[in-house]
Design a protein around this ligand. Structure first.
Ligand SMILES: [Zn+2]
Length: 254
């Protein structure tokens, strides 16, 4: 029998919070953790690289947990780093198990054989996606929001936005949320700093758009989520804006 990727004493592949929450919104945090399965060691990376945004979305889990409490919304969060396998990427793309992230080569991901790849998929990717899909089928949420964070400087270029909203088919919901978030002095990105790509994304196209379920990703700049005060501030901004956007999209115009 092949060895398991996770030992019995390691955390589960994902965590589920507040599943009976009253909110119509389902929250996901796909880049919640920088933890690596012990069996994979450090993937050949120094500790400093594993603390960086290439391994996870810094601050995103705390923000997602705060939103889950404030909205009374269900939340699914991954338990392991996106460097092991990215739960917001289709399995078919190179960034699913990246051999390189930005300018960092991930030695432990180079030339993986099909068995090693399949073990990561079976242990980490499929259980998370199956739990999310099962929840959607059982609870019929009205919308899905993925909670993410982005690095303030990417490849040497400073990003002007404090936060962004990314959407594919759910233009009405996305623009309603941007409108509700707007405030003096705030620079919000519409489909910035990233765009949803059907071929490269998973949460929005697969869990949302393919079901006709309004879905978007919220991106907050990492330096604004660096401490508890920052998390509380952004949860306090986002909670009423999300409620307002949901109400706007529930109106007679649909
Ligand atoms: Zn992310």
């Amino acid at each position: 029998m092949p060895m398991a990727l996770l030992a019995a004493d390691e955390p589960p592949p994902f965590t589920a919070h507040n599943l009976a929450g009253a909110s119509p919104c389902l929250l996901l945090c796909e880049h919640a953790s920088n933890r690596l399965p012990r069996r994979l060691g450090d993937l050949g990376l120094p500790p400093a690289e594993l603390r960086r945004h290439i391994a996870w979305d810094i601050g995103a889990l705390s923000l997602a947990e705060a939103l889950s409490r404030r909205l009374d919304a269900a939340l699914f969060a991954t338990g392991y780093s996106r460097l092991v396998i990215d739960c917001n990427r289709p399995l078919s793309v190179p960034s699913s198990i990246p051999e390189r992230s930005e300018d960092t080569v991930i030695p432990g991901n180079l030339g993986l054989d099909p068995a090693a790849r399949a073990m990561r998929e079976a242990t980490l990717f499929h259980p998370f996606q199956a739990a999310v899909a099962g929840h959607i089928e059982a609870r019929r949420p009205g919308c899905i929001i993925g909670v993410h964070s982005f690095t303030p400087v990417y490849r040497g270029v400073a990003r002007p936005w404090q936060a962004g909203v990314l959407f594919g088919a759910a233009e009405g919901f996305g623009r309603a949320l941007l409108g509700a978030l707007a405030a003096p002095g705030l620079c919000l990105g519409e489909n910035e700093p990233y765009r949803i790509e059907i071929e490269e994304d998973y949460t929005v196209p697969v869990h949302g758009d393919a079901r006709g379920l309004p879905a978007l990703l919220i991106e907050v700049r990492q330096d604004l989520l660096a401490d508890a005060a920052g998390i509380a501030h952004w949860a306090g901004r986002l909670e009423p804006a999300i409620r307002q956007a949901i109400a706007a999209c529930d109106g007679p115009a649909g």
